[in-house]
Ligand binder design. Structure first.
Ligand SMILES: *[C@@H]1O[C@H](CO)[C@@H](O)[C@H](O)[C@H]1NC(C)=O
Ligand SMILES: *[C@@H]1O[C@H](CO)[C@@H](O)[C@H](O)[C@H]1NC(C)=O
Ligand SMILES: *[C@@H]1O[C@H](CO)[C@@H](O)[C@H](O)[C@H]1NC(C)=O
Ligand SMILES: *[C@@H]1O[C@H](CO)[C@@H](O)[C@H](O)[C@H]1NC(C)=O
Ligand SMILES: *[C@@H]1O[C@H](CO)[C@@H](O)[C@H](O)[C@H]1NC(C)=O
Ligand SMILES: *[C@@H]1O[C@H](CO)[C@@H](O)[C@H](O)[C@H]1NC(C)=O
Length: 483
């Protein structure tokens, strides 16, 4: 059917999908979006998001004693948009639960904000506690660091409610300053990745709880949660470089070219793909070295690593070939980004990797030139995400003696399957069908995912069809929507 359409000089392609599903995708609307400012008595605005008090929704929290704590001491990390969230906290003297009804099963971010202060007779600096869902231990024997910290997890919720339990250790209390439980796009983390050792396919990510350990923007500045469509924070890479003189930063954010079927802005925004660390060759064609970043992490776990690439440095196609290593293991050999992206430069690309069980507290990521480009040795990296995977007893903490209480059961709801099907249908649709001219957009403005508003594209020209033009069309539509 798609191929038939190609034969017509002028055609209309009608997409019975919603714009947010199609586009690249500042418009992802999470079906579950709990933003809770714990212990607060008012709603707190963070960028364009409102965190409501857990005092307003009594059904959410079950705890023995109502202790709403607050401090006037300003949290130290003033650069964060989130700093207002650290001014109040809930204190728990016994086991306490937040119960979140889940609209749509699937992966969710769970974010906890912690900033210990002294309130009344409670010194939160000494608080030691565990935090668990029905299925996973997220923290155990946890004591918050002196400075504010946000802990981010990603869990595929397969139950109708997500119960988060805080358990104080012995004579201690537990506390939390703020909580987020927010749906993620289903296709952001898929079931499979490349296993590094032995080199094979890792299958089973859908059942993994992940804890974000590092999320780094190579060659560029901090990308704050307000600048990321999924409210992730990306830190700058400088402090992780083993030898910073070997790396050279470059940026061209405007060059980033998202194409249909590839990485989207939800994978990482252009502020990440548009900055890069490359080899500092100083123009010498005979150089041969690796640029290496080193990250602290915890031994005894496997890690899910997502490496982001976007060739904004090459002038022509097929000029850049390079190798990527994690510790001493080959993560990618002779990587040619041009061929990964249908011969278009500056297309975002990412590679998902799973490390073997770590026996060291350091993880090194290196890039170096391939022997295939002798004249112009170079290698690049644009971004990196390192996530801890739960161990065999369902814990992200080595302290936990046993897994969490309940067992998750049941498969994904039919509603979820429908959404996954929709997204797939979009991908399957040959992106080359629609062309640039005469675009008419008749979609309605609301973002109701279940209402199938028809988006119409009228297009002429059938030859020279490329996914790139499609992506331009869509990003233009998004822009013209004023989002
Ligand atoms: C947040 O709250 C403010 C003040 O009540 C309101 O004006 C604004 O529309 C809210 N924003 C969102 C995204 O709900
Ligand atoms: C969540 O888990 C269920 C059951 O294993 C699976 O069918 C579904 O695809 C998973 N969803 C995501 C987004 O991983
Ligand atoms: C790149 O290398 C040259 C020569 O090795 C050195 O002088 C220069 O400082 C390096 N650049 C950076 C940004 O470190
Ligand atoms: C780069 O690192 C890898 C992995 O440790 C190593 O095998 C390779 O020899 C290194 N390349 C150079 C040029 O140092
Ligand atoms: C993580 O926990 C899930 C669910 O309990 C389990 O299926 C999986 O095997 C665990 N992961 C590892 C690496 O042991
Ligand atoms: C979304 O669409 C459904 C079905 O058309 C409708 O019942 C529901 O009220 C709509 N929700 C919103 C928020 O518009």
């Amino acid at each position: 059917m798609m191929l038939d359409l190609r034969k017509h000089g002028l055609f209309v392609c009608v997409l019975y999908m919603l714009l947010p599903l199609l586009c690249f995708c500042a418009t992802f609307v999470p079906s579950d979006n709990y933003l809770i400012d714990c212990g607060s008595t008012t709603t707190t605005s963070v960028g364009n998001r409102n965190f409501t008090s857990d005092n307003f929704n009594k059904k959410l929290l079950s705890t023995q004693q109502e202790i709403l704590a607050s401090t006037s001491s300003k949290s130290v990390s003033s650069d964060a948009d989130e700093s207002p969230l650290y001014q109040t906290a809930r204190i728990f003297t016994g086991s306490s639960k937040y119960t979140f009804p889940i609209n749509q099963q699937g992966r969710h971010w769970i974010r906890f904000y912690f900033f210990p202060f002294i309130y009344d007779r409670y010194n939160l600096n000494a608080a030691k506690f565990s935090v668990a869902t029905q299925t996973f231990v997220l923290l155990s024997g946890f004591t918050a660091p002196k400075n504010p910290v946000m802990k981010e997890y990603s869990i595929n919720v397969t139950t109708d409610t997500l119960v988060i339990t805080f358990n104080p250790f012995d004579n201690s209390v537990a506390f939390v300053n703020a909580i987020e439980v927010v749906s993620m796009p289903d296709d952001l983390i898929v079931n499979e990745a490349s296993s590094l050792s032995p080199a094979s396919t890792y299958s089973g990510l859908v059942n993994q709880a992940l804890e974000t350990v590092w999320r780094v923007n190579m060659g560029g500045p901090v990308v704050s949660s307000g600048q990321d469509p999924l409210h992730r924070t990306w830190v700058s890479d400088q402090k992780f470089l083993l030898q910073s003189s070997l790396a050279n930063d470059f940026s061209n954010v405007a060059a980033v070219e998202y194409v249909s079927g590839g990485a989207t802005q939800n994978t990482a925004p252009s502020s990440v793909y548009g900055t890069v660390a490359q080899m500092n060759t100083s123009g010498d064609p005979n150089v041969n070295f690796n640029v290496t970043w080193q990250f602290d992490m915890e031994a005894g776990f496997q890690y899910f690593v997502r490496a982001h690439f976007c060739d904004i440095v090459s002038k022509v196609l097929n000029e850049l070939y390079f190798n990527v290593y994690i510790d001493s293991l080959a993560a990618a050999k002779d990587l040619d980004l041009s061929s990964q992206s249908n011969n278009v430069l500056a297309v975002p690309y990412y590679k998902d990797l799973v490390t073997p069980l770590a026996d060291s507290n350091k993880l090194r990521v290196s890039i170096g030139p391939s022997t295939l480009n002798k004249d112009n040795p170079n290698a690049i990296l644009n971004g990196l995400e390192i996530m801890k995977m739960n161990n065999s007893i369902g814990s992200l903490s080595a302290d936990a003696a046993s897994g969490a209480g309940g067992i998750s059961s049941g498969s994904s709801s039919s509603k979820e399957k429908e959404e996954v099907g929709k997204t797939k249908a979009v991908k399957d649709m040959d992106s080359s069908i629609c062309q640039r001219s005469n675009i008419a957009y008749n979609g309605n403005q609301d973002e109701n995912v279940s209402s199938a508003s028809a988006v119409q594209f009228e297009a002429s020209a059938v030859d020279d069809l490329s996914g790139v033009s499609m992506s331009r069309v869509f990003s233009q539509l998004v822009k013209s929507e004023g989002r």
